[in-house]
Design a protein around this ligand. Sequence first.
Ligand SMILES: Cc1ncc(COP(=O)(O)O)c(C=O)c1O
Length: 350
Amino acid sequence: MTLLARRFPKLSLVPHVPLAQTTPVQRLALSGAKGEAWVKRDDLTSTRYGGNKVRKLEFLLGDARHRERDLLVASGAFGSHHVLATTLFGRQWGFDVHAVLVPQPWNDHVEENLRVGLGAGMVPHAVRSWAAVPPTQTALVATLRLEGRRPYRVAYGGSSATGALGYVEAGLELAAQIENGEIPEPDRIFVALGSGGTAVGLAIGLAAIGITAKVVAVRVTPALVCNRATVAALVASTMKKLRDAEPAFPAVGHAALAQIEIDSSRFGDGYGTANEDAVEASAVASDFGLTLDPTYTARAFSSFLAHARGADARRTLFWHTLSAASLSERADAGPEVPVALREMAFAQSF
Ligand SMILES: Cc1ncc(COP(=O)(O)O)c(C=O)c1O
């Protein structure tokens, strides 16, 4: 049973499949830190594949099963963690998985994710730009229906009101760890902001328990993709979903939104581009046995580091969101990335 259902019984009716385990909190002996620095190890949500997507998929796959769908249609950049996680867990739960993919700057991490996804049965549909994603998805869903399939369209990054419930649950998990004395209440939580479901769900979960920590959402995607308005809309739709299902869920939409601070200082010159701050942050994190990726978590960790070493720091928490599961063997066993996809990635960046 989820923590949400335990505290708010009518939420037990919201469809859910169990994928994630409780993740530990650890103190970091960070050189130069003022106050206390902590990490929430959501890189360990699952040994199959960890990170933040797993928590969202608990509710997304639950919803798809409840609606009797047999195929998932996801979208993302070539190396998308969301598409990969959707493929791995979707296949495990008996879904076929198609993905509309957009090229991104090529690196080993992107290639590894793509190879593992292809090896697990993900069917790629590459397009040249983000603008082409929605019409391609619409056409794909229509074609699949004509073929007698029952497709379920997964929101970009898994960040629908349904997906965000995974992080409302995560907020309750942290609250329980505070209550048990595993970690003092943090005053600032740093997390990467891509499509918003992680930061939004977390802020709602914390606000519902009365934890007032700021959620510093370190934006790594273009402001056109994720911004104050998209975050506010997701807070509103997630709150509606929660309160429609369980009227006893507290009306904390305004409080949750006020707790989210969008930090755009680490966007640099674009999504997934090489970034010196991120390289330095990865080196520091590796001293603590934490592996970061250049696109999301290294940038968020860089902002966390700057704050934790600043005069205002008190109890700062980095929320790790990348999977710690090793993919190299699965990537080696997977197919080579088709030349057409590789060429598209090299020809374009955004
Ligand atoms: C490793 C990692 N961290 C953080 C995020 C951002 O999460 P969200 O899309 O919920 O804002 C993503 C999104 O793809 C991710 O892959």
